[in-house]
Write a new protein. Structure first.
Length: 173
């Protein structure tokens, strides 16, 4: 995928989810498989919009190559975030994987109608999550061609979730 990876050869994922435990699980799952990914976290839809539109403290934020989006969040929910993303000329190119615990067929249909790239149920165990993250990264970062990154090379990144933290330490925010 020429042009879609960061300068150091890694890829950037923004996880938008109000559950810090789900974020930590995804982070650990990625690390357990040795996947070279810069993982960022927004804990609600408003923070995600600030990150993606580079507002305030996120003025130098990295544009992600992929977004993992929960649906059920306080304030701006996942459907609203997806609608706003797909309405923006540059951001609409970013693939969005809805990662949720909802099995409601109406949610699946609505997500795809608004522009989700895929819909994935949150795995319940660590092993299932690790396998799911490996498959997800292999698909999005090895099999498909992504649009060139929107961010200029050399921009500083923020809210990086270090993949190498110890399991007892909380994820960085």
């Amino acid at each position: 995928m020429p042009g879609s990876e960061l300068i150091d050869g890694s890829f950037a994922i923004l996880m938008i989810d109000d559950d810090e435990e789900d974020f930590a699980l995804v982070k650990e799952a990625l690390a357990s498989r040795g996947l070279k990914v810069d993982l960022y976290w927004a804990e609600d839809g408003d923070e995600a919009m600030n990150f993606l539109f580079r507002r305030g403290e996120y003025a130098n934020a990295q544009t992600p190559n992929l977004i993992l989006l929960d649906l059920n969040m306080p304030g701006k929910d996942g459907f609203e975030v997806l609608r706003d993303l797909k309405a923006h000329q540059d951001l609409r190119k970013i693939p969005v994987v809805i990662l949720t615990s909802s099995v409601d067929e109406k949610h699946v249909s609505r997500g795809y109608n608004i522009g989700a790239s895929s819909f994935m149920l949150k795995p319940l165990s660590f092993d299932e999550m690790a396998k799911a993250m490996q498959s997800l990264c292999e698909y999005w970062f090895a099999l498909v061609e992504l649009p060139k990154a929107i961010a200029e090379p050399g921009r500083k990144t923020i809210k990086k979730a270090p993949i190498s933290h110890s399991p007892s330490s909380p994820p960085e925010r």
